[in-house]
Design a protein around this ligand. Structure first.
Ligand SMILES: C[S@@+](CC[C@H](N)C(=O)[O-])C[C@H]1O[C@@H](n2cnc3c(N)ncnc32)[C@H](O)[C@@H]1O
Length: 248
């Protein structure tokens, strides 16, 4: 049973500049992208492992990623199609945002989310410049993505899981934002956290601790970068029911 919702860090839907506000308002017409605060940060166990620092708003240059066909391949593997609602958690500079916007089309919606206000501001300007009318911006917190309940079919986390200060809180507070059968897809390097990766066993353990079920595993680069797909739990365990990995 899910415990009742509590406080947590204040987080608000961000309207990034006037131009960004116009694009965000167009997307808001589909209903609010931002949800109420989830369970408070202090209720969740801390990870029993290091967390990587946030050093950049992008993984690498968009040109090189485009050259490798990264986004197209990932969105194909995930079956992203018109009409879907997809959240890009830790969207950063927005490499995936334009690709997602185009894939889900005018009937779909992209929620571009990040916890850094400056990053989200710049992303809002990009969304406006590229006239991505189906994109909404949401400012999250380390333990809480702040997405509206039952608002997305898929949450995509690219090269950012290792930076999540409170993975148990973020995953538990994310689950209610997924529609029934909704999925969470995590792309990361299969390597040490402090080298900006998340080892496969650690990822599987932390997701399982919050009730997520692994449904697919793809290698994006042979044995080095993976795309892991999980089904979100209908009822995540309450914070007291989460046993942190490494503490079993
Ligand atoms: C290395 S960048 C990757 C950006 C983008 N996903 C990409 O593939 O280029 C990581 C981003 O995740 C964001 N981030 C880190 N922890 C987060 C959290 N708990 N919730 C939301 N965003 C987070 C950072 O602010 C940063 O913009």
């Amino acid at each position: 049973m899910r415990a009742s919702r509590g406080g947590g860090l204040p987080a608000v839907a961000l309207l990034a500049g006037l131009a960004g506000a116009a694009a965000a308002l167009a997307a808001e017409a589909r209903g609010p992208a931002q949800g109420p605060p989830g369970l408070a940060a202090e209720r969740f166990p801390r990870p029993q492992r290091p967390v990587a620092g946030i050093v950049s708003d992008r993984w690498s240059s968009e040109d090189s990623r485009e050259h490798a066909g990264e986004a197209a391949r990932v969105l194909d593997l995930l079956g992203i199609r018109p009409g879907m609602a997809v959240a890009d958690i830790g969207a950063g500079a927005g490499y995936y945002v334009g690709h997602l916007s185009q894939r889900v089309g005018p009937e779909g919606r992209v929620v571009a989310q990040d916890l850094d206000r400056g990053t989200l501001d710049r992303l809002g300007q990009r969304v406006a410049r590229e006239r991505l009318g189906n994109v909404a911006l949401v400012l999250g917190a380390p333990h809480d993505p702040r997405l509206a309940p039952r608002s997305v079919d898929l949450a995509l986390l690219v090269h950012m899981y290792h930076e999540i200060e409170q993975p148990y809180g973020l995953l538990a507070n994310l689950a209610p934002a997924l529609r029934p059968g909704g999925r969470v897809a995590i792309l990361d390097v299969d390597g040490p956290v402090l080298a900006h990766g998340t080892p496969r066993a650690l990822l599987s353990c932390e997701l399982a601790a919050v009730g997520y079920r692994e449904v697919a595993w793809h290698w994006i680069e042979a044995r080095s970068i993976y795309l892991a797909v999980f089904e979100a739990p209908a009822e995540p365990p309450g914070p007291a029911g989460i046993t942190p990995c490494g503490a079993r």
